[in-house]
Design a protein around this ligand. Structure first.
Ligand code: 13P
Length: 251
């Protein structure tokens, strides 16, 4: 089955509300009518409402960068699925390596978030990926297997089909050091094999797997041409509409 490409911009902790609105407007101007690629932008929480108003009526979808798994209550600083839905969010990034590294995200908390997001009818983008040390010491496959199986634990096949996985080798994030096409595709095929072992080959063949890590207009074409790379999760290059569009429609 052909998988539609999916390019999402993770703006991380960048942009004030005014800057976010301006960037969103520029993205909509360029990519708002694109229909053969799914496009989403994920601004910081405080800009979600304003950006939601900008993307409304276009083909650009709205995503959040994280969520808390509880529905409500005494969780200072946290944001629930219902809150995200109330501003028009559709996608939620879960388990980004920066959350794992700096904010105690584990495979267990990732799984709780995936379950909450699915129960709310939102679409998870589940991030996995090894550190440089894990790659150098040959642990890359076992680490990514644990992250993938951990994220999908207890998730039905029907729900799994609505998930996107983002393979983001930690050593390639924000470093300018992009995974080679061989390194990326090898891991994407491995992740698909893990999904197949949890469900079946049809499910594994339908789940989209994005690549993330220093993806830019000049390397996007080669990465997106790989058999098992179904899109990108873009950090730095998503902060400039021209660069982001250069990945949505690479030349
Ligand atoms: P960069 O594109 O800046 O390397 O970031 C990738 C990323 O972490 C997207 O989530």
């Amino acid at each position: 089955m052909a998988r539609k490409k999916f390019i999402a911009g993770n703006w991380k902790m960048n942009t004030t509300i005014d800057e976010a609105v301006a960037l969103a407007k520029a993205v909509v101007e360029k990519a708002g009518q694109v229909a053969d690629v799914d496009v989403a932008i994920c601004p910081p929480f405080i800009s979600l409402k304003a950006v939601s108003d900008v993307v409304k009526g276009s083909n650009v979808k709205l995503g959040a960068q994280d969520v808390h798994w509880e529905a409500k209550g005494a969780f200072t600083g946290k944001i629930s699925c219902a809150m995200l839905k109330s501003v028009g969010v559709q996608y939620v990034i879960i388990g980004h390596s920066e959350q794992r590294t700096y904010f105690h995200e584990t495979n267990e908390t990732v799984n709780k978030k995936v379950k909450a997001v699915l129960a709310a009818g939102l679409l998870p983008i589940i991030c996995v990926g090894e550190t440089l040390d894990e790659r150098k010491t040959g642990k890359l496959f076992s680490v990514v297997e644990g992250q993938t199986k951990g994220a999908f634990a207890g998730i039905s096949k029907a729900d799994a089909l609505t998930c996107t996985v983002a393979y983001e080798p930690v050593w390639a994030i924000g470093t300018g050091e992009v995974a080679t096409p061989d390194q990326a595709n090898e891991m994407h095929i491995f992740i698909r094999k893990q999904i197949s072992s949890l469900y079946d080959t049809d499910t594994a063949g339908a789940v989209r797997i994005q690549y993330g890590g220093s993806m830019k207009p000049d390397n996007a074409k080669a990465l997106l041409a790989l058999s098992d790379v179904d899109g990108g999760l873009i950090g730095g290059a998503a902060l400039k509409a021209d660069d982001f569009f250069g990945i949505v429609k690479p030349k």
